[in-house]
Design a protein. Structure first.
Length: 272
């Protein structure tokens, strides 16, 4: 009976995994198909791979500059979000002041606001300040929308640290600034790593503001990939190749650092 339950459990896990993995595998395979192979009925399992779709992405859709733009925005926005998020999380975790919990909820509300609700004001502000079609427009918007995530995750991590460690450092003459960056920050590095990865993923995949705040020189990868959807039809092969380019770096990154991500997200959950 125990063996049957184990087999059923493994079968269920394999079935659920297949539901999630199959669409991605199909997309990657489709990116190497010709248009004829894409619409073949029944679908072709065995086919001759081609790089035609990626060639179109590079030469017709100019995807290489878009990849560079995405990398720059991710690095800048993630750095700002984590930098200011760590300081704000430390203040909320260690200092007592009137309205602290209300302030924390107000910060969380920023994350809960639908981005489309702020699209027009953000667009007008970008035009008026001269930030339209610059890296800074996307950087600031993405940083603002992701700082609440950083604050709320790291606040919990910092609250788990014994206050006695910082009190001992204060007695030895350390300033609060040095305590934060030399003592508390290294101790919550698993959480910082996890929230940095999540923030980078959100910024990399962001489409709405990247679409309305950029021009030809600053378009990011998701925006360029969306150009495969034309009024007269969809270039399915190009769309599949673009989806592969967008998702592959994230998939590879998560596979490489999954144990650190799990450790960061579960840090402090089990108390001894």
């Amino acid at each position: 009976m125990k063996l049957i339950r184990s087999l059923l459990a493994y079968f269920l896990i394999a079935f659920v995994a297949m539901l999630f993995v199959f669409p991605y595998v199909w997309m990657v395979a489709s990116s190497f198909k010709t248009p004829a192979d894409m619409i073949a009925i029944p679908p072709k399992i065995l086919f001759t791979p081609t790089l035609e779709n990626f060639d179109r992405l590079i030469n017709d859709f100019h995807v290489l500059p878009a990849i560079w733009n995405s990398i720059v925005v991710v690095l800048m926005a993630t750095t700002l979000a984590v930098l200011f998020g760590v300081m704000a999380a430390y203040a909320l975790a260690r200092f007592e002041f009137s309205g602290k919990n209300a302030l924390a909820l107000d910060i969380l509300a920023i994350r809960m606001v639908p981005p489309i609700a702020t699209a027009i004001p953000v667009y007008v502000i970008a035009l008026k300040t001269g930030l339209f079609n610059t890296y800074w427009a996307l950087t600031l918007v993405n940083a603002v929308f992701n700082i609440p995530l950083v604050i709320w995750v790291l606040r919990v991590f910092l609250e788990e640290l014994p206050a006695s460690i910082e009190e001992a450092a204060l007695v030895d003459g350390c300033s609060r600034w040095r305590i934060l960056w030399s003592i508390s920050f290294p101790l919550v590095m698993p959480g910082v790593t996890a929230v940095t990865i999540l923030t980078a993923i959100f910024v990399w995949n962001e489409f709405l503001f990247a679409n309305i705040l950029t021009g030809p020189e600053t378009k990011t990868l998701p925006v360029v990939v969306a150009l495969s959807i034309q009024p007269r039809g969809v270039a399915w092969g190009v769309a599949a190749a673009g989806g592969t380019l967008v998702s592959l770096p994230i998939v590879v990154l998560l596979i490489m650092i999954q144990r650190y991500l799990v450790r960061g997200l579960t840090f402090g959950v089990v108390k001894t």
